[in-house]
Design a protein around this ligand. Structure first.
Ligand SMILES: [Zn+2]
Length: 164
């Protein structure tokens, strides 16, 4: 297969994050195993291309993965077959997008979706580069898909304009 789902693709801050939350990022997932038959267990990660966004959002991911881990651990302790696995975690139109597979009882599923959506919303106020307070900026004459959420300093450095 190609280079998908391989731990060697990850930067040091990404490795740190997936190792901190193995239930979410490293636990064997049937959806990923079918693409990674030839990879040894310690070389595989559930993320297709790692974290496809800047390190500034690592605190948002950390919060999301911490809550997901607690939820799954709590449910499993009660004998419930639960899991949350992250597959795609990327920047899109300047905002964080999380795609994963969650196996949870319906009520918890609902709570989890709502929680994830809250974390995604927080990315529109979090600089993708530094993690400081930010807003969504655009490039002059740039497509909306080039928008990025940055702090003022980073936006100026990279030549972005505020969205009027
Ligand atoms: Zn910044």
């Amino acid at each position: 297969m190609s280079h998908q789902f391989q731990k060697t693709n990850l930067k040091p801050w990404e490795i740190e994050l997936v190792n901190k939350f193995p239930l979410i990022f490293l636990e064997k997932s049937p959806d990923v195993l079918c693409y990674t038959k030839d990879l040894p267990d310690d070389a595989r990660v559930n993320l297709r291309f790692g974290f496809e966004h800047g390190a500034g959002w690592s605190k948002l991911i950390s919060e999301l993965a911490q809550t997901g881990t607690e939820l799954v651990t709590h449910l499993r302790a009660q004998g419930i077959d639960a899991s949350i696995h992250g597959f795609i975690c990327k920047e899109k139109f300047g905002h964080l997008t999380w795609q994963g597979n969650s196996k949870l009882p319906p009520f918890f599923q609902k709570l989890w979706y709502s929680y994830v959506s809250g974390i995604e919303s927080q990315s529109s106020h979090t600089c993708e580069v530094t993690g400081e307070y930010g807003t969504t900026y655009r490039l002059k004459n740039g497509k909306p898909s080039w928008n990025r959420t940055l702090c003022k300093e980073e936006a100026q450095k990279q030549g972005y304009d505020p969205i009027p």
